[in-house]
Ligand binder design. Structure first.
Ligand SMILES: Cc1ncc(COP(=O)(O)O)c(C=O)c1O
Length: 375
């Protein structure tokens, strides 16, 4: 949809894109300056495959400070984005036919990355009734002798829903009974969070799971650094060692200059993170009720990330459209608004709308959608 929107824009059409998965803010000034200083200081050569000592220390300090998780240097790997960290993890641990549990709606890349590792994605569907979260009973019923890993993601792309401590403790209790299952906790949206409870990783709530937990995070979303491509993984040394081999024979180290910038992001003043989060929340608080008020659209509020996941089954039926893909096409054509169909996230009948744009843009997008639903 993003590409289609760009094509229409190039043809001179007035298109509002609510399909993007990246903050609209610039990377904060002190982070950009650190990158420029790194260039001038000659940090322009290969680094260690698993990252510079400075960035690895900043990651270890961050995990201790924010997540109460203690790691040593051989338990951390810096990669080209959280995406490569997850890819490395699946390549290093998943064998032919291993099952990976993926709660849906899910981030689009998980199932294909599992397939690329010759594993089998097992999709656990959810609904708004449980805030799009799997239940402990559902998890227990989905586990087989072949289950090797579960993917967790909070706040979620695409729903913006978050895991409470109670939920993590209940899910953790099920996982404790199955020692073969590894846990991937994709915390990339950690800092875009406005739930009343503070963010918690499953490793903090259920410390007994830490020996089979791999935490994945990065600077893309929280620090508006999508283009810099820095993510990281922390987990048991034996798994990190195998992940490092995968990365060593594919991309080697991530960009040396980006690593210097990421170090400044993680170790520097954190007020920029809170400021961006405040802006996202303001947009969320406006957008969710505005969309929910439209006939045939139902939205539940999220507690983080920068997406609204709208149940549009009513409007699809009302307009006599085939599915959510047809609805997304309809809105692009008649409203000039680009969204992402829920089918891409394993949840048909929905649309994902990103609020990584200013409030005025959101307001005119909703006005245009309202008009298009009447046509
Ligand atoms: C849930 C989730 N995980 C991981 C990523 C990858 O982020 P990065 O830019 O660090 O590769 C994204 C990016 O959209 C995401 O939404």
């Amino acid at each position: 949809m993003s590409m289609k929107a760009a094509e229409l824009r190039a043809q001179g059409k007035d298109i509002i894109s609510l399909s993007m998965g990246e903050p609209d803010f610039d990377t904060p000034e002190h982070i950009r300056s650190a990158a420029i200083a790194a260039i001038h200081a000659g940090q322009t050569r290969y680094t260690a495959v698993d990252g510079t000592p400075g960035l690895k220390k900043a990651v270890i300090d961050k995990l201790e400070r924010d997540n109460k998780l203690t790691y040593e240097a051989d338990e951390v790997l810096v990669s080209n984005g959280a995406k490569q960290a997850i890819y490395n993890l699946l390549q290093a641990t998943i064998n032919d036919g291993d099952e990976v549990l993926i709660p849906a709606p899910y981030w689009v890349s998980y199932p294909d990355m599992v397939r690329l590792a010759d594993g089998e994605p097992v999709i656990l569907s959810t609904s708004p009734k449980t805030d799009y979260l799997i239940t402990p009973a559902q998890l227990a019923a989905s586990i087989t002798d072949r289950t090797r890993m579960i993917m967790l993601n909070s706040p979620s792309n695409p729903t913006g829903q978050v895991y409470s401590r109670q939920w993590l403790s209940d899910i953790g209790a099920v996982l404790l009974e199955h020692p073969r299952i590894l846990i991937c906790s994709d915390d990339i949206y950690e800092h875009i969070w406005w739930s009343q409870e503070p963010f918690a990783s499953i490793g903090e709530v259920v410390p007994e799971l830490k020996q089979r937990l791999v935490v994945v995070n990065g600077v893309s979303k929280g620090y508006a650094m999508t283009g810099w491509r820095i993510g990281y993984a922390a987990g048991p040394a034996a798994i990190i060692k195998e992940m490092r081999k995968v990365q060593g024979q594919s991309t080697s180290n991530p960009c040396s200059i980006s690593q210097a910038a990421a170090e400044a992001a993680l170790a520097g003043d954190q007020s920029c993170v809170a400021e961006m989060c405040k802006a996202f929340r303001k947009r969320h608080d406006w957008l969710v009720p505005a969309l929910d008020a439209l006939p045939g659209i139902n939205c539940i509020p999220g507690n983080g990330a920068f997406y609204v996941f709208a149940d549009c089954s009513g409007v699809i039926e009302e307009l006599g459209l085939k599915d959510d893909l047809a609805l997304a096409e309809h809105l692009l054509e008649h409203a000039g608004v680009a969204t992402v169909p829920g089918t891409a996230f394993g949840a048909a009948g929905h649309l994902r709308l990103s609020f990584a744009c200013d409030l005025e843009t959101l307001q005119s997008a909703v006005q245009r959608i309202e008009q298009a639903l009447k046509s």
